[in-house]
Design a protein around this ligand. Structure first.
Ligand code: R5P
Length: 296
């Protein structure tokens, strides 16, 4: 097996490389003065099974272009098979038409990835359970919920919370893993034109309990910061949050550090840049899960 890493997944690929005992194959990514990129594989891949680990968080489009070029280089150089490990698949939230006249960004991305010849995709906690069905190639859909359950299981007197209605399936699943722990949900309305959160309402009882928010994506942090306020207003004694993908847009570090959340757990599906790390943040690695899937 030949293992390659996209620019945004270097730390995670290094962990995977150590666990699998496979070196990361060298590759040159040159950026021209105008920002265009050029990729060159510095190792022969003819007849090899190749794995490319490449997340597509911010800057999403830049990371996608790099990924497209790496896939093209692998194909042109005669790779026998290409497994794309995309721990976070950018545009996952744009998986359907929200307003008449819109495109479906995720379907465009999938078309390109499949045209470029991926044989398999390994990813984690897609935004919706429908997403694997959009692919013609095989999909290994992993989840960080098991990792979260290990941490959350150490807590006492807690209630799980989905910060929006879209997360209900996820929260039910986690509740089952933990032995049917009670859960609450927040009804969040987002303005479809501005993406601003317009209203939020709690369903369920959190009084006197430690509230544990669970979500797939942390972007601006506004959803969870607002959820924490609602939970405390409704009698929760402490708030923790567990999120798979730290997309971390804008001033998310300030929003979360200044929020009422006591500790923010995320995974390393996206590498958190140094300037966005904050004292309340804790990172759990998904390397084990990915290695297990690659070994099977
Ligand atoms: C929405 O459906 C997602 O599950 C997340 O709740 C959302 O993407 C979080 O966004 P933000 O951190 O910007 O509020």
């Amino acid at each position: 097996m030949k293992l390659f890493s996209g620019s945004q997944s270097k730390e995670l690929t290094l962990k995977i490389s150590k666990q699998l005992g496979v070196d990361i194959s060298p590759m040159e990514i040159f950026v021209f003065a105008d920002g265009e990129k050029r990729v060159k594989l510095n190792e022969k891949v003819l007849g090899e099974d190749c794995v490319i680990v490449c997340s597509t968080g911010i800057p999403t489009d830049v990371n996608y272009m790099e990924l497209f070029f790496i896939l093209d280089a692998l194909k042109r150089s005669g790779a026998k098979s290409i497994t794309l490990v995309a721990p976070y698949l950018g545009y996952s939230r744009q998986d359907h038409i929200f307003r008449e006249g819109e495109e479906v960004s995720l379907l465009v991305i999938i078309k390109i990835l499949e045209t470029l010849g991926i044989d398999k995709i390994v990813s984690l906690d897609f935004h919706s359970i429908k997403i694997p069905e959009f692919f013609k190639t095989s999909v290994i859909h992993l989840s960080a919920l098991e990792l979260f359950a290990k941490e959350i299981g150490k807590m006492e007197n807690y209630v799980l919370v989905s910060p929006d209605m879209g997360g209900i399936r996820r929260i039910k699943l986690l509740s089952e893993i933990l032995g049917n722990i009670p859960f609450a949900t927040i009804e969040k309305d987002r303005d479809l034109d501005t993406a601003e959160i317009s209203a939020s309402k709690l369903n369920g009882n959190v009084k006197g309990k430690v509230a544990v928010i669970v979500d797939d994506i942390l972007s601006t942090g506004n959803t969870q910061a607002r959820a924490a306020e609602i939970l405390l207003e409704n009698g929760a004694v402490k708030v923790y949050s567990f999120t798979t993908h730290p997309v971390f847009a804008g001033k998310v570090n300030e929003v979360l550090q200044n929020s009422k959340i006591d500790k923010v757990f995320v995974t390393d599906t996206i590498q958190v840049p140094g300037e966005k790390v904050f004292p309340k943040l804790e990172i759990i690695s998904v390397a084990d899960l990915i290695c297990k899937a690659l070994r099977e």
